[in-house]
Design a protein around this ligand. Structure first.
Ligand code: N01
Length: 546
């Protein structure tokens, strides 16, 4: 595909830049602004999509909405927040797209972004000390620094069900939902998958008058969102606290405005526990997950208390006994919080409606997709007009493994990561000098609020590049030993928690054949930041410099 905007140098066949960034979501735009406007570097972004926003550019499935509250889910740049107003505590994708338009106005981003520009090859050339980055449509960038900001959900996951291509109705993966929308009113809609996406699609299409059938393999231990309309005046008044708020979020485990309570589950009496859980439950959002007892994610007995409370509250909302047992079983399907809870509004009430169905595909898995519907192992054939595949992503590593990234010896990153993932600090790799990435493997990624994680790692990348330039370091490369040590640290932090015991995308367990290992840093943002600066402040510990 040729590019219309030939006047814009960004689209030239050959470009020479200081920094080439891949991805124009939260991460890429953060770094473009800081490196270009503060450090004065020449920067360009290659973006596969047609607009800014990353996940919010791709995702427009029914009900797509962020589950981190405003003003934590936004940039800390005053230039951006000072004249932006949100309408809801948890905004939907349309408002997030508007936000990125505002970001563009405030920071003048787009002139340096080549859209429809998919990177298919990148390698560091040792002779010129430059990265050579090639796009699908045959353009080449040469860059001193190469930054990957492709996010954790850049590669969709399609299960290999027999007949997947044969369905004659409308079938869409959640992140390829048509921009023009799909009219679901009165239609028979199948939603396969009950991650954050599946829950949102099921809830919304049911509200929109579809007859929804949810195919659930694992219950989502979803929490009440408690959405609120935001008032512009109080939002404006609160802005005087923003600078402090953005500093403080970095001091919490997950980059939120709250943190785990410094107390143990079983040291409270049952009455105290009930009261404490009740308070968190009423607040809504992730408080019941990330502001609860600090042993919840570490201790099975503590965890069971949380699960039982969740099940009691949730079961009370579902009248149909069969659906109740599938959606919120008495026995936990896995430790609470070791898979990402979705934030729901009336998901359980919607699913409880007699016209909607919940199918337990743990008991009877999907065996085939036909021209008209879905067959399960119990021989049932259900017919549909629309199938929504909410089956997730080859998460965290899939994006970077699929863009032709070669190390200095020409070995593809996919090969390097075939049996497991090796990075240094979740920010760079041995064999990939002057390459940085964020919101990816072995960083705080899945265990942190997106913008917080991006600003935490982005700041470090800016500091590292600043230091390199000040100290005339032309080439910075992580050592193999440092990679081994970081991998060990990532596994150690994870092994302290209950995460490894659950099959989740956090553990790479959602994609058949993918190595099962912790893909994220589970020690929390403060510990992560300390490790990164321990390297930077100690003469680039763990790197070779030349
Ligand atoms: O993907 P998922 P997602 N047969 O991998 C099922 C973020 N996000 O798109 O759990 C049957 O979580 C799979 O079943 P199981 C958020 O971080 C945020 O929902 O593996 N079922 C699961 O139910 C989130 O965690 C928001 O047993 C199969 C589902 O498909 C991440 O993105 C909104 C299957 C996949 O769930 C990914 O969420 C949306 C098979 N072969 C997403 N394969 C916000 O609100 C998969 N499944 C911000």
């Amino acid at each position: 595909a040729g590019h219309a905007d030939t006047k814009n140098e960004t689209y030239a066949q050959e470009i020479d830049v200081d920094v080439l960034i891949v991805g124009a979501g939260f991460g890429g735009v953060y770094l473009l602004h800081r490196l270009r406007d503060e450090l004065g570097l020449k920067c360009k972004i290659f973006e596969a999509g047609q607009d800014l926003g990353g996940i919010w550019h791709w995702n427009c499935y029914p009900g797509a909405r962020v589950d981190t509250q405003i003003p934590i889910y936004e940039y800390s740049f005053e230039k951006v927040w000072k004249d932006w107003t949100w309408s809801e505590k948890y905004p939907g994708y349309a408002e997030l797209r508007e936000y990125f338009k505002h970001v563009d106005k405030a920071l003048d981003v787009k002139k340096d972004v080549a859209f429809n520009s998919r990177v298919v090859h990148a390698q560091f050339d040792q002779a010129s000390k430059k990265w050579i980055v090639k796009t699908e449509d045959g353009r080449t960038a040469r860059a001193g620094y190469f930054i990957n900001a492709v996010g954790f959900a850049a590669k969709r996951h399609f299960p290999d069900w027999k007949g997947l291509d044969s369905f004659k109705g409308e079938m869409h993966h959640s992140s390829f939902w048509p921009d023009s929308g799909v009219d679901v009113k009165g239609k028979r809609v199948a939603v396969i998958g009950t991650g954050s996406t599946g829950v949102q699609i099921a809830q919304e299409t049911s509200r929109d008058g579809a007859k929804v059938t949810v195919f659930q393999r694992t219950p989502n231990l979803a929490l009440p969102m408690r959405q609120e309309k935001l008032n512009p005046e109080s939002q404006q008044a609160n802005k005087k606290n923003y600078a402090q708020l953005y500093k403080d979020r970095m001091k919490t485990f997950a980059g939120f405005p709250y943190d785990f309570a410094k107390k143990k589950t079983m040291s409270d009496t049952p009455e105290e526990r009930e009261k404490f859980y009740g308070k968190l439950w009423e607040k809504g959002g992730f408080e019941f997950w990330l502001a609860t007892y600090d042993d919840m994610l570490y201790d099975m007995e503590a965890n069971r208390q949380a699960y039982d409370y969740w099940a009691k509250k949730t079961r009370a909302r579902i009248q149909d006994p069969r659906k109740r047992d599938i959606l919120a079983p008495v026995e936990p399907p896995h430790a609470f919080g070791t898979k990402r809870p979705s934030l729901e509004q009336d998901f359980y009430e919607q699913m409880d409606k007699p016209e909607n169905e919940v199918v337990d595909i743990k008991a009877a898995p999907i065996t085939e997709i036909t021209e008209t519907g879905i067959i399960t192992a119990d021989g049932q054939h259900r017919e549909f007009d629309i199938i929504a595949l909410a089956t997730g992503f080859d998460s965290v590593t899939g994006g970077m493994k699929n863009m032709g990234l070669k190390d200095i010896n020409g070995v593809d990153l996919a090969e390097k990561w075939k049996l497991g993932t090796w990075t240094y600090l979740g920010i760079t790799c041995n064999g990939f000098p002057n390459m940085f990435f964020l919101y990816g493997a072995q960083g705080p990624t899945a265990f942190a609020n997106g913008p917080s994680a991006v600003e935490c790692q982005g700041e470090w990348i800016v500091d590292a590049i600043t230091k390199m330039r000040k100290e005339n370091v032309e080439v910075l490369e992580a050592t193999k030993e440092a990679e081994e040590a970081w991998r060990k640290k990532v596994m150690e932090e994870s092994d302290k928690t209950l995460f490894p015991g659950t099959s989740s995308w956090y553990m790479g367990a959602n994609v058949p054949g993918k190595p099962r290992e912790q893909l994220n840093f589970a020690g929390g943002l403060p510990m992560y930041t300390e490790a990164c600066y321990d390297s930077l402040d100690n003469n680039f510990k763990g790197f070779t410099t030349a």
